[in-house]
Write a protein that binds this ligand. Structure first.
Ligand code: FAD
Length: 455
């Protein structure tokens, strides 16, 4: 029996790839198919032509060659946190082999392979006196996050995450491994810092690190009835807080689900999470204001090392069916806040478990950092939500929240917070046209698809 016969269910055009990659190509007839095609985002039921795990650049080139001959598309998905785009007719690449990691604390740079997760990068920074622009989850990859903008705990001092992305190594559809930075190709570097999810296979990234020896943060849990006071405080902090302070607020309504710990089942509360870049002494007056917004039920604020950054938000690390979005809000006036809270508290929004807010401003507003399609973000806050359940349960709540935002809804967000599978939700028409031109020059046949389309 030939190898071809041993791969039932595989599109015959991929036979050359199956022969070369062996077990590193998983097709629909293979026993591990469902695990191989699964995404971290459990709501995505993706059916690619095959899943491949190339062992390095040479095999990745072969994937591109076979894809071209087969007329197939290619999508890179390290984890599937951002999964959702159609993978019909697509070869799904898991970049697991690209796992290098090197910190140069003196130069303030981090070089990392695209397979790595934020948790890996943060662990490597322990004790170096350097910080990187990670967001709230340790299991998201820096690649998928930075190529799509990325809002970090430090965006208010460093700008959007992508604005620290010095260079990427990109294997383009023609098989060339290119270094993209401001010297080699400034236009592509600008685009890849926020609209970089379908230009090629990113194998490695180089990041600028910031110097910081002291971090303080954690969470404060307040009562449900404290929500109006918390929203008023957030609106005030958006105007007055120093950029060293980042605050996330979540109004939580937990489902009465058996898999939750008993104390969380059906619980309703407000959680403030905060990170301050600096000493505990400098942070304390601001943390005191967070506490004063209500009745403190629990608190975990403490000095911590960069390696523990992902523990501050305690995001789920296991695959999840949660669905949600974020949008830049133009204001958080008392009227807007009251409308949002009213909608969230309404039984029609029963599928929603969280109404969330994250401070913007500071370096985001001034557009600091390396040149990027993300541009300046002038809105003071991101309003978001998270829901669990089938579309008919969560969609009415999503729509009602957007309606409640009304004129305060900018209709724009970091690409990492978008629900719709298009960069059009993140960038204006002129920026999108520039990104499309970069896409056309690096990927003229449109071989690559990512979690977001370019228009
Ligand atoms: C619990 C949780 C918390 C989050 N917190 C934040 C946050 O604080 N701030 C924030 O900005 N976002 C946040 N996000 C969103 C997250 O950053 C995005 O969904 C991100 O795109 C996920 O990247 P990934 O590589 O892990 O996911 P994937 O779905 O595997 O990849 C997403 C997309 O990135 C592109 N991509 C990834 N790797 C490569 C590569 N090697 N080459 C080419 N393209 C590639 C592809 O287009 C791919 O479709 C969070 C998500 C979750 C689930």
């Amino acid at each position: 029996m030939s190898i071809i016969d041993e791969r039932p269910g595989l599109d015959r055009r991929l036979d050359p790839l199956a022969r070369a990659l062996g077990a590193r190509l998983i097709g629909p007839g293979d026993p591990t198919w469902d695990a191989a095609r699964a995404a971290w985002h459990l709501g995505a039921d993706q059916h690619p032509l095959a899943v491949v795990v190339p062992d390095g650049v040479e095999e990745a080139r072969l994937v591109l060659e076979v894809a071209r001959d087969a007329g197939a598309r290619v999508s890179v998905q390290p984890s599937g946190h951002g999964a959702g785009a159609s993978l019909e007719g697509t070869i799904l690449v898991r970049p697991s082999a690209f796992d290098e990691l090197a910190v140069d604390a003196d130069a303030g740079t981090l070089r990392l392979g695209s397979a790595l997760r934020w948790q890996d990068a943060l662990a490597a920074l322990a004790g170096t006196g350097r910080i990187a622009p990670a967001g709230s989850s340790g299991v998201v990859t820096p690649a998928g996050y930075l190529l799509n903008g990325g809002h970090s705990w430090f965006s208010r001092t460093l700008g959007a995450g992508a604005r620290s992305l010095r260079a990427v190594e990109l294997l383009t559809a023609d098989g060339e491994l290119r270094r993209i930075d401001d010297a080699s190709d400034p236009e592509a570097a600008w685009a890849i810092r926020g609209a970089g999810g379908a230009l090629g296979i990113v194998t490695a990234l180089e990041l600028d690190l910031a110097a910081e020896t002291e971090l303080v943060g954690g969470s404060i849990v307040l009562g449900w009835d404290d929500a109006p006071a918390v929203l008023a405080l957030l609106a005030e902090l958006a105007e007055t807080a120093p950029p060293e302070l980042e605050v996330h607020a979540a109004i939580m309504r937990m489902p009465d689900a058996p898999m939750l710990p008993p104390e969380l089942r059906g619980a309703r509360f407000v959680e403030l999470q905060s990170v301050y870049r600096g000493s505990a002494e400098a942070a304390e007056p601001w943390f005191a204001r967070l506490r004063a917004a209500g009745t403190v039920q629990r608190e975990s604020l403490r000095p911590f090392g960069i390696e523990a950054l992902a523990s501050i938000a305690a995001e789920p690390s296991d695959p999840s069916p949660g669905d949600g979005f974020g949008t830049f809000a133009r204001d958080l006036s008392p009227a807007t806040a009251a409308r949002l809270f009213g909608v969230f508290d309404d039984p029609a929004s029963a599928g929603l478990v969280a109404l969330t807010f994250r401070l913007l401003g500071g370096a985001l507003a001034s557009g600091d950092g390396l040149p990027s399609i993300v541009g300046a973000v002038e809105e003071p806050v991101i309003v978001g939500t998270l829901g669990f359940g089938p579309p008919d349960l969560v969609e009415p709540g999503f729509a009602a929240l957007r309606a409640a935002l009304g004129d305060a809804d900018s209709g724009r967000a970091f690409a990492t917070f978008l629900r719709e599978p298009s960069y059009a939700g993140a960038y204006d028409a002129e920026s999108l046209a520039r990104a499309r031109a970069v896409k056309a020059s690096l990927d003229p046949e449109g071989r690559f698809v990512g979690s977001r389309a370019y228009g």
